[in-house]
Design a binder for this molecule. Structure first.
Ligand SMILES: Nc1ncnc2c1ncn2[C@@H]1O[C@H](COP(=O)(O)OP(=O)(O)OP(=O)(O)O)[C@@H](O)[C@H]1O
Ligand SMILES: [Mg+2]
Length: 218
């Protein structure tokens, strides 16, 4: 099935009354490299959270790989996501007490990935981190930390990667390198990407852009 994500009249109203999403309908097909763009506060993170099942909509539906998320409880959702969807955050969330290799291995172990060490090393080589396997996150540059976060997503063999401002903490040059890695994975492995950014200079990488303004697609 070529449709990976569909949202149907998606609304998110936060408890304080903020209407972060107001009737969003989007579709993403397998193999697309899609940007979600819009000013700060337009609802980009909220949309990615709902698509990734990290939060629930107030109204409307997220259909992921043909399954309606509203029909699943939290356990079913976690099981369903496994091996399909990976989330990359702006603030990496690496395990500070563990080195680069271990950061990948811990995730792999939780997901029951076989031959994880071999696989982790291969991924870290692809991400140009082979010389940093034994370093702790606080010994790495921002770009290197983001690449570890990408590695942690890749070891799960995701079909879909949701990335929220993945270059928000990086300078332009390093940001472009991260996008080149994404593009490479998109083209070589067919991984579908949905990437939120407000950086207009990165727009050229996307096959398609979904523009948000005040919680609506424009
Ligand atoms: N937990 C929350 N409670 C109340 N309001 C929230 C909450 N999270 C986000 N909002 C509000 O919802 C709106 C959309 O926020 P969101 O974080 O989705 O925007 P964004 O496009 O990701 O912005 P940025 O580019 O700054 O990351 C904003 O008005 C924000 O203040
Ligand atoms: Mg955001």
């Amino acid at each position: 099935m070529s449709e990976v994500v569909r949202t149907e009249n998606l609304w998110k109203v936060y408890p304080d009354g903020t209407r972060a999403l107001r009737g969003v309908n989007i579709t993403v097909k397998r193999g697309e490299f899609v940007g979600i763009m819009g000013p700060s506060g337009s609802g980009k993170s909220t949309l990615l959270h709902l698509i990734g099942g990290l939060d629930r909509p107030t109204k409307g539906e997220v259909v992921l790989f043909g399954r309606r998320l509203s029909l699943m409880d939290e356990d079913e959702l976690a099981e369903f996501r496994k091996g399909k969807v990976a989330y990359i955050f702006q603030f990496y969330y690496l395990l500070e007490d563990f080195n680069v290799l271990e950061n990948l291995l811990i995730v792999a172990e939780m997901a029951g990935i076989k031959r994880a060490e071999e696989k982790a090393k291969r991924i870290l080589e692809f991400l140009r981190l082979s010389h940093r396997l034994k370093h702790k996150p606080n010994q790495l540059s921002g770009g290197e930390q983001q690449r570890v976060a990408i590695g942690r997503a890749l070891i799960l063999d995701p079909v879909l990667i949701l990335a929220d401002e993945p270059t928000g903490n990086l300078d332009m040059e390093e940001g472009i390198r991260i996008f080149e890695v994404f593009k490479n994975l998109n083209e070589a492995k067919g991984i579908t990407f949905l990437v939120a950014t407000h950086n207009l200079e990165l727009k050229r990488f996307f096959n398609r852009v979904i523009n948000l303004r005040d919680g609506e697609v424009v």
